[in-house]
Structures are given as structure tokens and as C-alpha cells.
Design a protein around this ligand. Structure first.
Ligand SMILES: *Cc1c(COP(=O)(O)O)cnc(C)c1O
Length: 354
């Protein structure tokens, strides 16, 4: 017998606990041309990684970010691994990442053989704090890997100045921040290279999927080659080094092309929803919303807030209380240096305790 799977397995609340008018944390919106384009891709027979939707999705995404190159890959985690590997980061190196992020940020560093070093986040933006990054630079540091957490851009100008001064790469983890901007310039082109995710709960989705963006022609070509078993474009079945199969399929890209047609609408809705929460709830003592810093555009991937005294409930009491009212919610990430793979005796950053 086929096991009955929950409809949206990434929801925080199990289906059996959900009333009919349940408000989930997230549902993908696939009511544009997704079905039409996927059917077209199926009928064309181009279902693997060659096909016109892959090219179109990469072009649309590059244009959206205002960058020269977008290289599609199978998910946001391998996008990070590919970007770091293409920069030559490997064993013995250190990469400074925020303590408060999804674990994939650190895992991708780990896959290269390098060591993730965790820096504290700013109490207002919840993104990596450049002053704390500076304190963690050692002779082994090769890169700074900021995350645009929950849709708010990290302070890229300050980080770029620090990276230039210290001779480090700047790599953006933009998995949660498609369309976020500083002074109107979108994320994806601020660092030397950047990565995005298209998991079902991200700003746009392809089911599973990711993208690497860069303005560097040589680096983009290197990512393309490495994602395809390190096969050079003009010499079939020749391999100078060990590559990966990190390609996106034409079926996924067909969904992505349709999602790109709606992305401005999705972002507008996210900003409207976040504004409404803030307007209705910001006066409650003990509730703090993600602030949008002047000249920064937060796309509010998830409407996020901190719950502290004097608010009447703790976070862990608020989540089930909301659920009883048919509203789904989820906790923040745990600071990564508190998790078994990454905890050490080194002095801990004091990131927002979650
Ligand atoms: C989702 C996410 C990733 C990983 O993306 P996948 O497509 O799920 O592999 C990486 N970093 C951050 C910050 C994320 O939120």
C-alpha cells in the first residue's frame, strides 16, 4: 500500500492537527504557467539538464539580479559548495559565516574541507556583524560568507571594505532573499559570487533547485564546467579534475521560468503581509520585528519576530497557542555553534539565543 504523505511536508504543523482554515507558514503558489511549461518540457522529451527552459531560467534570473551570469544547479546547498569550491577554498582554510543561519551555510563550507568560523549577528538586522567578523579573521581566513537572513540584506558595503582590506573573498548566501536590495541594487551581485535556493518554501521554487550568480566571466565558466563533471565545453569526456553532477533539470527550470513571471508579485505580497503584521502587533511590549534599515529592501521571506519579556508568553508557549487558533509558526534557527557538528570549546558568539 502506498503510504499517505502529508500534502505539504515542510509545514511545521502535522495535517491531523490542522483545522480547515489553517494558515500555514508557507505554501508554494504554482497557479501561473508552471503546469503549461512543465507539460511542454515533458512533451519535448528534454527532461534532463539540456533544454530551452534551463537557458531561459538562467537568463531571466541573471536579468532579475542585475548580474552577468546565473548558473542553475540542483539545490541551494550545492550552489554554495560549487561557489566555494570554484573559488579554490579547501582543507586548511577558514570561512567566516554567521552563527544564525540554516545549517546548509556551514555544511557547504565543511564539504570543501575548510572550517566554518562563526561570527555574531547584529541585534537589529539579525545579519552578520562586520565588527565581529573582523575579530575572527586569522591567517587561514579565505572568505566571508554573509547570509541575507529572512530576506534582509547583510551589510555588504561594510563587508566588502573589510574583505578588500584583508584580501578575502566575499560570497553571498542569498537563499532567502531573492530581490532584496541595498540602495536599489539587488543581492546576488554584491559579492564575488552568490547563491540562491528554490526549495518549495523559498521566494520562488522549482521543487528543489538553486542558482549561482556572479559578474566574473571566468568564475561563471568554471562553475558551469564543475557542475557538469568538470567536462570542458569543447572536449567531450575529457576531465582535468574531479567535478560534480550538480545540474538542474529542464523540468525544474520550466517551473522556474513560470515562477519568474510572478516574482515581483510574490515579493510585493510578502512586503504587504510583513507590513500588516508590524502595524497590527508592533505596539505589543516584548515583540520586536525584523527592522528594515534605511536604504535596505527587506523582502521578508518569512515574517519574523522576537518574543521576549514582558510579553505574556514565551516563544515555546506562543507556538502551540497560535496553532490552537489555526496559525502555523516556526522557531528561528539554532545558532550553529550550539549544534553537535559545530560546537567547540572556542568562545561562543552571543547570537540571538533561539
Ligand atoms: C534554504 C537555505 C539553504 C539551502 O538551500 P536548499 O535548496 O534547501 O539546499 C542555504 N542557506 C540558507 C540560508 C537557506 O535558507
Amino acid at each position: 500500500m502506498i503510504q499517505q504523505l502529508p500534502l505539504f511536508p515542510y509545514l511545521e504543523t502535522q495535517e491531523s492537527e490542522r483545522p480547515p482554515d489553517f494558515i500555514p507558514v508557507y505554501t508554494p503558489v504554482l497557479d501561473g504557467r508552471e503546469e503549461k511549461y512543465v507539460l511542454d518540457a515533458v512533451r519535448s522529451g528534454w527532461i534532463s539538464s539540456l533544454g530551452s527552459y534551463v537557458t531561459r531560467f538562467e537568463q531571466d534570473f541573471a536579468r532579475f539580479c542585475g548580474v552577468r551570469h546565473a548558473v542553475s544547479v540542483s539545490n541551494g546547498t550545492v550552489a554554495l559548495h560549487l561557489a566555494l569550491h570554484a573559488l579554490g577554498i579547501g582543507p586548511g582554510d577558514e570561512v567566516i559565516a554567521p552563527s544564525l543561519t540554516f545549517i546548509a551555510t556551514a555544511n557547504a563550507v565543511h564539504y570543501t574541507g575548510a572550517t566554518p568560523v562563526f561570527a555574531d549577528v547584529d541585534a537589529v538586522t539579525w545579519c552578520i556583524d562586520p565588527d565581529d567578523v573582523r575579530k575572527r579573521i586569522t591567517p587561514r581566513t579565505r572568505a566571508i560568507l554573509p547570509v541575507h537572513l529572512y530576506g534582509h540584506p547583510a551589510p555588504m558595503r561594510e563587508l566588502q571594505a573589510l574583505a578588500d582590506e584583508q584580501g578575502l573573498w566575499l560570497v553571498e548566501d542569498a537563499a532567502e532573499a531573492h530581490g532584496a536590495a541595498i540602495d536599489g541594487r539587488r543581492v546576488g551581485g554584491w559579492g564575488r559570487i552568490a547563491t540562491f535556493s528554490f526549495y518549495a518554501n523559498k521566494v520562488i521554487t522549482t521543487g528543489e533547485g538553486g542558482m549561482v550568480t556572479t559578474n566574473d566571466d571566468a568564475l561563471a565558466a568554471r562553475c558551469r564546467m564543475l557542475r557538469d563533471h568538470a567536462m570542458p565545453p569543447h572536449r567531450r569526456y575529457w576531465h582535468d579534475e574531479v567535478g560534480f553532477n550538480y545540474r538542474m533539470t529542464n523540468l525544474q527550470a520550466a517551473v522556474g521560468v513560470a515562477q519568474m513571471e510572478r516574482i515581483d508579485h510574490f515579493i510585493r505580497r510578502k512586503r504587504e503581509i510583513a507590513t500588516r503584521y508590524r502595524e497590527e502587533l508592533a505596539d505589543l511590549p516584548g515583540i520586536t520585528f525584523a527592522a528594515e534599515q534605511p536604504s535596505y529592501t527587506n523582502i521578508y521571506w518569512m515574517a519574523s519576530l522576537l518574543v521576549e519579556p514582558p510579553f505574556a508568553l514565551t516563544r515555546d508557549a506562543l507556538i502551540p497557542a497560535l496553532r490552537a487558533h489555526g496559525i502555523d509558526s516556526r522557531p528561528f534557527f539554532h545558532p550553529l555553534d550550539t549544534l553537535p557538528p559545530y560546537c567547540s570549546d572556542a568562545p561562543r558568539p552571543v547570537a540571538l539565543h533561539t
